[in-house]
Design a protein around this ligand. Structure first.
Ligand code: HGY
Ligand code: MN
Ligand code: MN
Length: 414
């Protein structure tokens, strides 16, 4: 089976006719359908499937004689609103295709292998990026996670319970992590690096530090027609000034990226001056100290521009991930398995970036001719998808054949 054929099986699940693309929130009915698709493929291959306390689905294969922590690959199946078809699912489909190839080498494998499917990687439902891998690794406290609320006001505790999990059990799971020797995630490239290099597959070098902050601006709701301009305290006007100022701040800071893609006025009437506005800032920079400096300057901007409109504002951190440089020894092993693959950094966050704090992780990127992501325009040509799965099989097999007496990160190879 090819990667393209696999992905065609799920293309209608979570299809979003109004936005285009797919909207696949974590821990949702759509997410469950996608999980069931994966589980069926994994069980058809004789993999031992389990869903852990955090909702991560694992499919294990322990060939005779292969013992110790597993070499794991995988990715996520959830999406941003109106997302593309490849961000996440490409890594899961490629893992299944790569497994079909790996199984032929069963006798040579020294280590077990597994595929992991991580929920809520995009954080589109509860606001925290990579919620599943953060819970597993202990990067988010259980109580904070359980109290998170989605756009409907449902708590993660209630949603997790409805999705078959026990809220009292979610959280850091060292026993589960101890079963993983290394994690290698394959992902569509979210940029044009491979297009410019004219190569199908790259090895990841680093992930840009990134965070999300929610700004709430409070003003005075009133009538659009009876309120003179000089009498207004309009939070939407203050928010507009803040969004432009944050854009200018990022433009003036080399390598910084700032985005406001989501804004929610209350009450949101055409003939109503809003009483309050929420908007979310996504800020990213390679240097965590610069990110912190940008956040501090943004807080000052928000306060002063709110005051200029007679409004008040708060700014609350929802998610923060440091810049990650992937494990050098593991990258060396990937380089020896894929000697012609270039190394590229990325500005996009991934579960492999979160797990890097606890276990050796690495990533492979597959060429995206449009370079566009978090959009229906995201694309991977079928031939490149197959090249990605073949590269993953090579890397996965090389790592699973490393003798158990040798360190998996191959520090000696650096
Ligand atoms: O937002 C990101 O960087 C990733 O796509 N979750
Ligand atoms: Mn992704
Ligand atoms: Mn994404």
């Amino acid at each position: 089976m090819t990667v393209a054929t696999m992905l065609s099986e799920i293309e209608t699940i979570g299809a979003d006719r109004s936005r285009g693309g797919h909207s696949r929130p974590g821990y949702s009915r759509v997410d469950r359908e996608l999980r069931e698709w994966f589980v069926a493929h994994a069980q058809r291959r004789g993999l031992d499937v389990q869903r852990d306390r955090n909702g991560i689905v694992w499919a294990w294969w322990r060939p005779a004689g292969a013992t110790g922590p597993a070499i794991v690959t995988g990715s996520h199946l959830d999406s941003v609103p109106g997302g593309g078809a490849y961000d996440g699912p490409l890594g899961v489909a490629s893992a299944l295709v790569a497994f079909d190839e790996l199984r032929a080498e069963e006798s040579a494998l020294e280590r077990p292998v597994a595929i992991g499917v991580f929920p809520e990687e995009e954080g589109s439902r509860f606001g925290v990026a990579c919620l599943g891998s953060r819970l597993l690794s202990g990067a988010i406290a259980r109580d904070r996670a359980l109290a998170l609320r989605d756009g409907e006001g449902d708590s993660f505790a209630d949603v997790a319970r409805r999705d078959g999990l026990d809220p009292e059990l979610v959280g850091r799971d060292d026993a589960q992590l101890s079963q993983i020797g290394a994690f290698v995630e394959l992902h569509v490239e979210q940029g044009r690096g491979l297009v410019d290099l004219d190569r199908p597959v790259a090895i990841a070098s680093s992930i840009l530090g990134h965070g999300r902050w929610r700004v709430v601006v409070q003003g005075q709701g009133n009538h659009a027609g009876t309120t003179l301009m000089g009498d207004r305290r309009d939070p939407l006007v203050a928010a507009a000034a803040m969004i432009l100022a944050i854009r200018d701040l990022a433009r003036a800071t080399p390598d910084a990226r700032a985005t406001v893609g989501r804004i929610e006025p209350t009450p949101g009437g055409t003939n109503v001056i809003a009483s309050a506005v929420s908007f979310w800032i996504d800020l990213r920079h390679p240097d965590d100290l610069v990110t912190a400096e940008l956040v501090a300057r943004t807080r000052d901007l928000v306060a002063s521009l709110a005051a200029a409109e007679g409004c008040r504002a708060t700014m609350h951190e929802e998610s923060l991930s440091p810049t990650v440089d992937f494990d050098g020894g593991l990258r060396a092993r990937l380089r020896s398995a894929l000697p012609t693959a270039p190394e590229l950094g990325t500005g996009a966050g991934h579960d492999a970036g979160v797990l890097a704090a606890r276990i050796p992780t690495a990533m492979l990127f597959v060429r995206n001719p449009t370079g566009v992501s978090h959009s229906p325009d995201e694309l991977v040509e079928d031939a490149d998808a197959e090249a990605g799965a073949a590269a993953l099989a090579r890397v996965w097999g090389a790592l699973a054949r490393v003798p158990r007496s040798a360190p998996i990160t191959g520090a000696d190879l650096e």
